[in-house]
Design a protein around this ligand. Structure first.
Ligand code: ADP
Ligand code: MG
Length: 323
């Protein structure tokens, strides 16, 4: 049902960055160790994601474009227990209903792969492909049939910044995967995928920044926190440079970010924010997943306890430095 897919797309696919997010999450779910992302004109001309993951079998390739065709999860409460990022089976059909998608994919087990093209929800091509091991998905003509969406987009620079922002976080939360992001032929960043957080930070935010970041950690009965925070002399004008990961999943939470900032006390000027990557480990039962389709906003039980722990851990790490 193309109309239903377009309605779902209104929620899942707000802008080019949402497409990038969904495609990269699919590549991560497919256990890729390398993910290369190419965008042209901030994703409005094209978005391409190439992975070396498990691929989709010939029998499943069209099913993947059907709504709620996910095999990844059975219960929403499982979300922070399971390893997969996708679980709704909405992304591919939604994206394909508002763009032109070309998907080339193959699995290790099958001798031939598949090439399918879908435009505005209609299958326009399906043939065997000789591509090996992994998936290449290309999205062009985004929002060609939903002009209102197109009009609502911000400037190219802003849309590209949104794309970088989401890819940064996905790369920081998966340091064992080699990422590259290329925009209009120019490499924005490239991570090694060797599991080293400091190296990933260096690839994304630059070596100078990475050198001015220190480790912090702390734990109590319910939470373990760790990661990298910048020294007070290295600050940013936006809170978005604080990346929060819960059990490896990137989330947004204003109060938790604030707790990180609070750890700096008066060391930070008003309106300035640290650069930080904050890993939070907890029992999945303590996470209350918000129903929003993009799955980034979550609520946490005992959140005040976590905020207290974070503020203390950050403040302790900073007090051990010669500032
Ligand atoms: P979800 O991720 O919520 O399951 P999607 O619509 O994003 O739903 O994807 C539908 C299905 O297509 C996935 O469940 C997966 O089986 C398959 N799929 C999509 N992208 C890839 C990929 N890059 N590699 C392997 N399988 C993929
Ligand atoms: Mg998905």
């Amino acid at each position: 049902d193309i109309l239903a897919d377009q309605i779902a797309a209104g929620e899942v696919v707000e802008r080019p960055a949402s497409v990038v997010k969904e495609l990269v999450e699919n590549a991560l779910d497919a256990h890729s160790s390398q993910i290369d992302i190419y965008v042209e004109e901030a994703g409005l001309k094209s978005i391409q994601v190439i992975d070396n993951g498990e691929g989709i079998s010939q029998a499943d390739v069209l099913i993947a474009f059907r709504r709620h065709a996910t095999s990844k999860i059975t219960d929403r409460a499982d979300l922070f227990k399971v390893k997969t990022l996708g679980f709704r089976g909405e992304a591919l059909p939604s994206i394909a209903s508002v763009s032109h998608v070309s998907l080339e994919t193959s699995t290790q087990a099958e001798s031939a792969g598949s090439l399918v093209e879908i435009k505005g929800g209609e299958l326009i091509k399906q043939q065997p492909s000789s591509a090996r091991n992994g998936t290449k998905i290309t999205v062009t003509d985004l929002f060609f049939n939903t002009p209102a969406r197109l009009k609502y987009l911000s400037s190219r620079a802003t849309e590209l910044a949104n794309i970088s922002d989401i890819v940064n976080r996905l790369a920081l939360s998966h340091t064992d995967v080699a990422f590259s992001l290329v925009s209009d032929g120019k490499t924005i960043f490239k991570t090694a995928g060797n599991g080293n957080l400091k190296q990933a930070v260096s690839a994304i935010y630059g070596l100078t920044s990475a050198r001015q970041m220190i480790e912090f950690s702390g734990a109590d009965a319910d939470f373990a926190v760790s990661g990298l925070i910048s020294l007070p002399k290295l600050t940013r004008a936006a809170r978005s440079y604080i990346s929060l990961l819960i059990n490896g999943r990137y989330i947004k939470n204003f109060r938790i970010s604030k707790a990180v900032v609070a750890g700096y006390g008066s060391k930070l000027m008003v309106g300035r924010y640290p650069l930080a990557v904050v890993n939070i480990k907890l029992d999945p039962l303590l996470v209350d997943v918000n129903v929003h389709p993009t799955k980034q906003e979550v609520r946490i039980s005992k959140e005040e306890q976590l905020e207290f722990l974070l503020t203390k851990a950050v403040s302790q790490a900073l007090s051990q430095e010669n500032l």
